[in-house]
Design a protein. Structure first.
Length: 236
C-alpha cells in the first residue's frame, strides 16, 4: 500500500518542477523544513490520492510517510489522517488519531502542514471535547511550530464564536522573535473581527501598541480605512 502511494505520487510529479523546488528552497525561501525534497506534485493531486487511500492505510504506514524526506509524502499523509479523523464516528478512534498526531509533531514543521492539520484535527478535537489544555501545552512549548499549531488550532474556536483562548495565546506571543508567528496571530485576530468587530476593537485598544507591525497589519486589514489609520497613527 505504502509503495503504491509513493509510486502514484512520483508518477504525478512534473520533472521540471521537481528539479526546481530543491534549488529554490535551498536558498531559504519559503516556509519549509531544512533538507526537504520535493516531487513537484500539486496539492489537488495529493488530495485526490489521500481521498482514495485514507480508508485503507494504517497509522503505522502513515507514520512511515510522515517521516519521509519528501514534503509531498508528509502532506499526503496528513490529508489522509484528516480524512480518517473526520469520517470516523468512534470516539476511541479519534482519541487514537489525536495521540498519533501529537506524537508526530516533529514532522509537522512548516506552514502547509500546520495549515492543513491542526485546525481540522486538534482544533475540532479540543473544542468538541473541552480539552483546551492540549493547545495550552503546545502554546507553552519552546518549539515555534508547536506554538503556531496551538494558535492556528484556535481558529475552530473563532469559527464557533469563542475568542478567549485565541486572545490568551496572542497576548503570550506578542514578543515572540519570529515574524511568522506574528503573521499567524494577526491573521486569526482578523478572523475574530469578522465574527465580532467590537471584540477585536476592544482587544486592539488594550494591546495594539505592543503588537509587532506584522501582527497589527493583518489584524486591522478588514476594518474601515478610518479606523485602520487611527491605529497606524498611534504606532508612529
Amino acid at each position: 500500500m505504502l509503495k503504491e502511494i509513493e509510486e502514484v505520487l512520483a508518477f504525478l510529479s512534473i520533472p521540471e518542477k521537481a528539479a526546481f523546488f530543491p534549488k529554490f528552497f535551498k536558498t531559504g525561501k519559503g516556509e519549509y523544513g531544512e533538507g526537504d525534497l520535493f516531487l513537484g506534485v500539486t496539492v489537488p493531486d495529493q488530495r485526490s490520492v489521500a481521498k482514495e487511500y485514507y480508508a485503507k492505510i494504517s497509522l503505522e504506514d502513515l507514520s512511515r510517510l510522515l517521516s519521509s524526506k519528501y514534503h509531498e509524502h508528509r502532506l499526503t499523509a496528513l490529508f489522509m489522517l484528516i480524512s480518517k479523523f473526520e469520517k470516523t464516528k468512534d470516539q476511541s478512534v479519534k482519541d487514537e488519531i489525536v495521540e498519533f498526531y501529537l506524537n508526530h509533531l516533529q514532522y509537522v514543521n512548516n506552514w502547509d502542514l500546520v495549515d492543513s492539520s491542526c485546525y481540522k484535527i486538534l482544533g475540532r478535537y479540543s473544542f468538541e471535547n473541552r480539552k483546551e489544555d492540549l493547545l495550552r501545552k503546545l502554546s507553552a512549548s519552546e518549539e515555534m511550530w508547536h506554538k503556531r499549531i496551538a494558535v492556528v488550532g484556535t481558529m475552530f474556536y473563532v469559527k464557533k464564536g469563542s475568542f478567549d483562548l485565541l486572545k490568551e495565546f496572542v497576548t503570550q506571543n506578542l514578543k515572540h522573535p519570529h515574524d511568522l508567528m506574528h503573521k499567524a496571530n494577526g491573521w486569526l485576530l482578523r478572523e475574530m473581527g469578522q465574527k465580532n468587530e467590537p471584540e477585536l476593537i476592544s482587544y486592539l485598544n488594550k494591546y495594539y501598541k505592543e503588537m509587532p507591525r506584522t501582527c497589527l497589519r493583518y489584524a486591522i486589514e478588514k476594518l474601515d480605512e478610518e479606523i485602520r489609520q487611527e491605529y497606524l497613527k498611534g504606532r508612529i
